[in-house]
Design a binder for this molecule. Structure first.
Ligand code: GLV
Length: 339
């Protein structure tokens, strides 16, 4: 409480020097900062402390600022571990510039009384557009037929094999959060039948719910993975799920690579045990299993599904809003943990 009052005093003084402002640690520049620059993030309520600009070794740098760092702005590129938090006892807020929070030790944040915010719903539209785009690409062979035309094969080899129709497909959505709901809306408009798996059945929705992801796969022509990566969902899409999806089945993953057993997925694709895949995320990014490069029924994208300059602008507003709210003792805008 004392700390909060002290914060309020400090942040309400508009004339204080930058070195008096509470510090927000950035271990690495989040992608949003590289794309839209630092200017829109600047505020008279906090000051960024950029670890990568310091000549000091990281540990020395963190120790030197341990008492003044009150918040961390992070992204998937720089995990927030219990060990890091142990070094920074004044941290009370972690703001991630991502929808996913799998790079943050949430249990440690809970235990240490640290609030966490994420990207809320700012990425939902772009994520949904990309997921449906990947599905259509795989089904209708858009990227593969583009390669065919560019390589001059249309002239030399004749007509390209037909793709398959989207309308009428049964699409199982794994994770019906903000992005999943937007995917469902889009697929309904395309005339698909939407089914889903989620932690809990959503009472207000009429889409058929499957508590077991294998059952969902068995009743789907395509699976779209857009749930969070947690201990429960790691490798949830395994051999049994692929077998249930079957030889005509397609998988799209815009969630996290490790939700899928990637080795098994590659094996199923190579042996024709599933029909195709649209993949934006991988287990060991930026490494992508080389076998996938040879497969025309696979569309690859470099973890860009949710990012557009427009969504980054909205993200910037949300990040600044969360930091300013925190330093003014106002409610956080997109809390994952609210202490
Ligand atoms: O993958 C992107 C995100 O989690 O925001």
């Amino acid at each position: 409480m004392e700390d909060q009052e002290e914060q309020q005093d400090r942040t309400s003084d508009q004339n204080h020097k930058p070195q008096d402002l509470p510090q927000v640690l950035l271990l690495k520049p989040p992608p949003v900062l590289s794309v839209i620059g630092e200017q829109p993030f600047l505020s008279n309520k906090y000051q960024f402390l950029k670890a990568w600009e310091s000549p000091l070794p990281l540990l020395q740098f963190l120790t030197a600022h341990a008492d003044s760092i009150q918040a961390i702005l992070c992204s998937g590129a720089a995990p927030v571990t219990d060990d890091l938090l142990q070094l920074l006892p004044s941290v009370r807020l972690v703001v991630t510039a991502s929808a996913g929070t799998n790079h943050i030790d949430l249990e440690a944040c809970h235990r240490r009384g640290i609030s966490v915010t994420n990207a809320g719903n700012v990425f939902s539209d772009d994520g949904a557009d990309a997921a449906v785009g990947l599905l259509i690409d795989v089904l209708r062979k858009i990227t593969a037929s583009d390669r065919y035309v560019r390589q001059g094969l249309w002239v030399n080899e004749g007509d390209y094999p037909l793709g398959s129709k989207l309308r009428g497909k049964r699409v199982g959505i794994v994770g019906l959060g903000g992005i999943g709901l937007e995917i469902a809306k889009r697929l309904e408009a395309f005339g698909c039948n939407v089914l889903y798996n989620s932690r809990k059945k959503k009472a207000h929705l009429s889409y058929p719910f499957y508590s077991d992801v294998r059952q969902l796969a068995a009743n789907s022509d395509a699976l779209i993975i857009c749930c969070a990566l947690t201990d429960q969902t790691r490798h949830m899409i395994d051999k049994d799920v692929f077998l249930a999806l079957g030889k005509e089945g397609v998988i799209v993953n815009i969630g996290r690579g490790a939700i899928v057993d990637e080795k098994e997925m590659v094996r199923c694709l190579v042996h024709g045990e599933i029909a195709g895949a649209g993949l934006d995320v991988f287990e060991n990014e930026p490494d992508v299993p080389k076998e996938l490069f040879e497969l025309d029924n696979v569309v690859l994208s470099p973890h860009r599904a949710v990012f557009t300059p427009e969504s980054f602008m909205a993200l910037c507003e949300l990040v600044v809003g969360n930091l300013e709210a925190f330093f003014s003792n106002s409610p956080l805008l997109s809390p994952v943990i609210d202490v």
